[in-house]
Design a binder for this molecule. Structure first.
Ligand SMILES: [Zn+2]
Length: 444
């Protein structure tokens, strides 16, 4: 309890955050009770889940402890597509108060549903997220996540209101107006993707606005993987603390997990979302501390329970307690999604490896794009990197030097030869949501 007082003194504690500090035994008992209810609900109302349980010779009564969870069947992303639009709903439509959908890059989107209680849980986990990021009543929060079918905008919005903060529902885009609002309204925190904040910083400096001199003190960044190197850059350039948050539409949206002031792993709100780490090849559950694919089970979701949902996100559960005093477990920051991985000449590459390597070399901006092509049957990888205006106006020799340094850094990180092209400031297209890092032209 002393820790709670300490956090309260730091302005971090909010009554809604109480479950963050539950004693372990109490938390496990709560999880087990909720898990049993959830499995029963899915069994009774989700045809697909019931079929798989029957095939495995299981009934909801077989879940007697949390250790029984690995016996249950997985749910995967294609299950949501295959049952489009409402096939996994476990509530009658008159109890569903909200629908969201993820943008489908291929074919149909996935659709998710919320009951009144689901929306309330969602707000509460977003309050806990924002509180963990050091925000409280009195903060002025600029919410630049997109409003609409995407879960980011409304998820952060209701959480920030429930926290008692002032919300500016500006949504994504119109960067000049964002900067004006940030300055004129005395904004203290911003919610957006890290790549959009980076874009905002660049534009502000062009407009002669020094973000470091504004009251802005925190960034709540999510919806795409980003590296510690990028964090360092935006914290320095923006004069803020940059927090990583985690969520996914299939589970609830943002609010599944968040960093705290320690910025060392993300606490999972595991009273609602139970984590397992599996070997992505075998499906075998791995011990705490080991890296693998994160699997989440919703423990309270009414409209659309997800039992053992495979997130495709690669991380590890950190077994050590966090100095902030929260007892809910942490996962390591997700820098790799198995969906983002591409294979080039037999080597597995993640965009985050490229980002980390580029940012170790001075004189480059964290704007980059990876272009994959095929020439005479052989995969080629080109990395286009923006350089700072100072470097760009420099002598050709300086640019050649920089190019060599970058090639070396990338080869060291990836173990393959990569073509590096330096491009002028502001030539790589900016995104107002998730950045498009990889352009794959190999099958064109
Ligand atoms: Zn912590």
């Amino acid at each position: 309890m002393t820790t709670m007082v300490k956090d309260a003194a730091a302005g971090e504690f909010h009554p809604v955050s109480t479950p963050d500090y539950l004693p372990q035994a109490q938390l496990r008992a709560l999880q087990l009770g909720r898990l049993k209810g959830m499995v029963l609900r899915a069994y009774q109302h989700q045809e697909l889940f019931r079929q798989r349980m029957v095939q495995a010779g299981l009934t909801p009564d077989d879940v007697e402890s949390l250790e029984d969870l690995p016996r249950l069947p997985f749910t995967v992303k294609t299950d949501l597509r295959d049952t489009y639009p409402f096939g996994l709903f476990a509530s009658p439509m008159q109890d569903v108060v909200r629908l969201h959908a993820s943008s489908g890059t291929t074919g149909k989107p996935i659709v998710v549903a919320y009951t009144q209680q689901d929306v309330a849980v969602w707000s509460s986990v977003m309050v806990r997220t924002l509180a963990a990021c050091g925000l409280h009543a009195g903060d002025i929060i600029q919410n630049a996540y997109g409003y609409g079918l995407f879960t980011g905008g409304l998820g952060a919005h209701y959480g920030a209101e429930a926290l008692g903060a002032t919300v500016i529902p500006i949504s994504g885009g119109n960067t000049d107006r964002q900067i004006m609002v940030m300055r004129d309204f005395g904004v203290t925190a911003i919610c957006c993707t890290p790549s959009y904040f980076l874009h905002l910083l660049d534009r502000a400096s062009e407009m002669g606005v020094d973000v470091r001199s504004l009251p802005l003190r925190a960034g709540v960044f999510g919806a795409e993987p980003w590296t510690d190197e990028l964090r360092l850059h935006v914290e320095q350039a923006g004069g803020i603390k940059a927090y990583d948050i985690y969520g996914l539409t299939e589970i609830i949206g943002p609010g599944v997990g968040s960093e705290c002031r320690c910025q060392d792993g993300l606490h999972l709100f595991e009273d609602h979302f139970y984590p397992e780490i599996i070997n992505p090849q075998t499906g075998q559950v791995l011990p705490e501390g080991q890296e693998g694919e994160l699997v989440l089970t919703t423990l309270s979701k009414q409209a659309m329970p997800m039992i053992r949902y495979r997130t495709r996100d690669i991380t590890a559960v950190l077994p050590e307690p966090c100095p902030c005093g929260r007892t809910i477990r942490r996962i390591r920051r997700i820098s790799r999604r198995s969906d983002d991985m591409f294979i080039i000449r037999g080597v597995n590459v993640f965009p985050s490896q490229v980002e980390a390597a580029l940012l170790t070399v001075e004189g480059t901006l964290p704007h980059y794009q990876i272009i994959l092509s095929r020439e005479k049957g052989l995969d080629q990888m080109e990395v286009q990197v923006e350089v700072t205006p100072e470097v760009f106006s420099d002598k050709v020799r300086a640019l050649e030097e920089l190019q060599k340094k970058l090639s070396r850094a990338l080869e060291n990180a990836l173990n393959i030869r990569v073509q590096v092209s330096l491009v002028g400031p502001r030539t790589i297209q900016r995104s107002e949501g998730k950045a498009k890092r990889v352009i794959d032209r190999r099958n064109q």
